[in-house]
Structures are given as structure tokens and as C-alpha cells.
Write a protein that binds this ligand. Sequence first.
Ligand SMILES: [Zn+2]
Length: 201
Amino acid sequence: MLAPPLQRLVTELGRLPGIGNRTAQRLAFHILRESPEQAGALADAIREVKERIGTCEVCFNLAEGPLCTICADPRRDLGVICVVEEFGDVIPIERTHEFRGRYHVLGGALSPIDGIEPEDIRIDQLYARVTGADEPVREIVIATNSTTTGEATALHIADGLRSRAPELTVTRLASGLPVGGDLEYADEVTLGRALAGRRAI
Ligand SMILES: [Zn+2]
């Protein structure tokens, strides 16, 4: 029904999360009505983000260059690492202004049902950071989601850290976060309180 180039745009937009076919069509028509400059700016932004944004070689957060802005900041405490599942989880924690250490982005959570095993996420890289650091790491704050997979990941990492670095303090965000909820959607006050009241596990 649609001309092939338009259908292609609808198909591509429809692949985005949360965008159904009707929304994809509405967005495609909107882009079609825009000026070539406006539509080109969207296309350029997509191309540029793929060309210029990679992952930080220390923490695996998003970065433009070898280090993310947090790892490159000399004011951050090298002795504390906050472990999160995804890039998106760093932002809400930063917004609380409660945390002055650095991060470790796992890139997912353990889920044997879905075939996600320890070697599929960046757990070994975390152990390497703890055992190989020039400046000793004092504390690991595990801030995985309070979901079944997030909790399983937290326990697995806590065990692994205890055997590799017994002197290390391992903490978990306190409750206060909605059970079954994603960190990404928590408000600053709830997440700030959860971070301030974290406990050892
Ligand atoms: Zn980093």
C-alpha cells in the first residue's frame, strides 16, 4: 500500500521498542512532512551516535573515546565501584548525587532460563578490576534491579567477590525500590534513600 521507501521507514521505526505499527506510520508521515534539513538532522544524529559512541574500557558505560566522563573525572573515588545491569541505570544513580565512586556496567543480568550465564555478562571484568587495581577497591555496591534475575546476579557476584577479595566490603542497595521494578524508572528520592541505606549481603 505504501511506496517502498516509505514502507522501509515504517518498518525500521517499528523495530524500535514500544513503537507499534500505527505509531511507526504516524512517525514516518511526520518525518515525510518535515523539511529536508529537519529530517536530515535526525538521520545524521543516528549515524553520529553509532560512529562516535562506544563503551568505556574501564567500566563499560557509554563513552565518546576510551573513557566515559565518570572514569575520566579525577574527583571520583577509585575505591568504590557501583555495579549496575545497563547503561541506563547509571543516569538515575548519578541524579541522586549520593554516589561519588565509579561504575561497572554488566550488560545484563543472570537468567539461566534465557540462557544468560555468568560468562555472558561482564562479571569476570569486574573481578579483574577488583583484584588488579592500582588503588585498592574498598567497596562494591551491587545495584542490580530488584527483580528475580537482578537478585540472583547480586548473590552470584557477592559470592564471587568474597572468595576473590575477602577484605572487600560488598553492599546491596537497601529496599525502598519497588519490588519487580526497573532501576531506570525509579525517582531520585526513592533511589537516593535506597543508596544511602545500602547493606552488606
Ligand atoms: Zn567508565
